[in-house]
Design a protein around this ligand. Structure first.
Ligand code: DGY
Length: 316
């Protein structure tokens, strides 16, 4: 099997694949240009790609014999699944293994945005601290605050469960009831509008689809409390970034913690200037162990395909 891999991956997965497939690995640390993907996919049976690689019909057709697209991510909005299905190409992802790492990072953003951690750190480093001040760097309580989870799938559930210990009422909005968080936390399923109006911390965990693109725009931001913070570790286009920038600039919401952006790697220049937003470079799953597990999972999907079996994480 000839396999195109669009980046070197952590852990031993590529060595495992190298024993069985002929690998063509993009060796540089920047994104493999689309033209290069289209050139090098020719004659390949498989593609192991990143969430930042747009895999559409043009890429698929350039191969001439592609059988599997193994995405190195849980989200697969970068792949035209309809085009893959129409061509009989399997698509796989890496769900589950990054749930805890991403939920942990969502909480890092909850703390950072609510308690102004990055702003305070920067303040001190700039030698602006003149001593303890009753009015300095006041933030918002986490203990006792109402947590609103938008999208209560694996990661949303894990974020909700981490609220144990902080005495937080939990609301969630989702397509289906989540009996686990209802039973364990007393979480209440509500409409998105009610969640936005009631929560002190709103954390987004929906996949990016046609239905969730700009799920949070001007209208939704205006429903939020002026003291609330918005956390996004899901996908950038779920938020209308321009509307978020305006809401943060005009202090219509208190703050935001963002790991993902509408046009990655470009970040709205205004967001980089505001002190009430914490901006991370899409590192939700970025732990050594998690990224190695993701690579193993992608490799296992490819190896199953090679054996003629249904890959364990097939989404199409
Ligand atoms: C995913 O897998 O979808 C994540 O965004 C990667 O961190």
């Amino acid at each position: 099997m000839d396999l195109l891999v669009t980046r070197r991956l952590p852990g031993g997965a590529l060595e495992r694949l190298a024993g069985i497939c002929t690998l063509d690995v993009w060796g540089r640390d920047d994104a493999m240009p689309r033209a290069e993907i289209i050139r090098r996919i020719k004659g390949k049976d498989g593609l192991l790609c990143l969430l930042s690689d747009r895999v559409d019909a043009a890429v698929m057709d350039a191969s001439g014999r592609l059988g599997i697209i193994a995405n190195y991510a849980a989200g697969y909005d970068n792949i035209d699944v309809t085009a893959a299905k129409a061509r009989g190409i399997m698509v796989t992802n890496t769900p589950g293994v990054l749930t805890d790492a991403t939920a942990d990072l969502a909480w890092a953003l909850i703390f950072a945005a609510s308690r102004r951690v990055v702003e305070a750190h920067t303040f001190l480093r700039h030698n602006d601290w003149r001593g303890w001040d009753p009015n300095q760097m006041l933030g918002h309580d986490i203990t006792g605050a109402t947590l609103g989870i938008v999208g209560a799938g694996r990661i949303g559930t894990a974020v909700a469960l981490r609220s144990r210990g902080f005495s937080m009422p939990v609301l969630y909005a989702g397509r289906t009831p989540n009996t686990r968080i209802e039973a364990e936390l007393g979480a209440r399923r509500v409409e998105l509008e009610e969640l936005l109006a009631s929560a002190d911390i709103v954390s987004l965990h929906v996949p990016l689809t046609a239905d969730t693109r700009h799920l949070i725009g001007r209208r939704e931001l205006d429903l939020m409390k002026p003291t609330a913070v918005l956390i996004n570790t899901a996908r950038g286009p779920v938020i209308d970034e321009e509307a978020l920038f305006e809401a943060l600039r005009e202090r219509r919401i208190a703050g935001a913690g963002l790991d993902v952006y509408e046009h990655e790697p470009r970040v709205h220049p205004g967001l980089k200037e505001l002190s009430n937003v914490v901006t991370l470079p899409h590192i939700g799953s970025a732990t050594h162990a998690t990224r190695a597990r993701m690579a193993d999972m992608a490799a296992d999907n490819i190896l199953a395909f090679l054996r003629g079996e249904d890959p364990p994480n097939r989404v199409a």
